[in-house]
Design a protein around this ligand. Sequence first.
Ligand SMILES: [Zn+2]
Length: 364
Amino acid sequence: MSLDIWMFMGSIDAFEKEGADVILDRLQGASIGTILLGDLVFDGKPAYPAHADLYAGCETDPPGMPETNAPRLKVLQDAVTEARQRGLQILLHDWGQGAPGCISNPEKLLYGAARSRDVVLSFPEVDGFVLDGPEWGYEIEPGHRSDLFRCDCDHCRRLAAECGYDFDALLAARDRLRGRLRLLSSLPDGRRERGLVDGLDLFVADPDLLDWFRFKTDSIERYVSAFAEAARSLDPPRQIACGPRLPAFAPLTGYNFRRLSQIVDFQCPKLYFWQHGVDGLKGTLFRYVHTLCEWNPGLSEEAAFDRVRELFALWVPGVTGLDQLDAPLPPDFFATVVQSEIAKMRERIDDIGRIRPDKHTKRQ
Ligand SMILES: [Zn+2]
């Protein structure tokens, strides 16, 4: 099987700076047949005009495109047209579809669907959409923007009730989980590896904890379904996809690959090979180990790495201390852990044609 490489073009002004011909020649010269385009902004302002009539029923007013962006929009539209004429596929990455606030707010679903219908009026040739989030948090570091233990807002309470959950029971289970993570240094001597059945034991003992995660998955599916319905109601219907975190972390964020396969056309799990930041890989390992050591006096970094490996089946070969994470990822990491994560994608989605790993690197 030949490698089908796609390219993410985050800076849409590249077409103005270099010319569409130059860029498209370069992409096609590298056998790239699909462009993932976005964010659709010029200098932070929308790159396409909003059609107010599409937002009836929405509380959020779509931002207007400044008149100064009109000639820039034309350059981008012409580039998209030329790319399609050359046979390239064009997918949108971020088209300003996110309304502010909690993902349980139904306004986000209405607004996102309206935004999707709107953007194809300016770019009728696009083939589909790749959602980058939203997601539930997956970090345990206190105050982190992707906090695992959020949210308890009124929208979440209403949605939980609608899905048949007792929201107060979910929050109590959440608090018990947070408490358990502070008891790792008092494990009995000799207790080492945990396995799948330990997880089963935990969820049978505390079914509300399982329901807390089920609620998150339900909410993500409602969100993604709203976009899928909008994309498929267009003429012609457009593709819809989403970009979950690394399989090791994705279930915490409410993404269940198997179930999402029933909703989306394909998925782009993230392989983010950079240190620190909100990344769902090395930085997340760092923060989990660091936080568990803070919460469990006496727990060594090496033991914390063991606990994290048990939780996620994720590790960096040879690393037993936090300062070692500053070194480049070793070749063994790619041969074992990355292979394993890709195998998880295949195991959970069970159709290689519907997996598009999203690889990002960043120079320090
Ligand atoms: Zn909420």
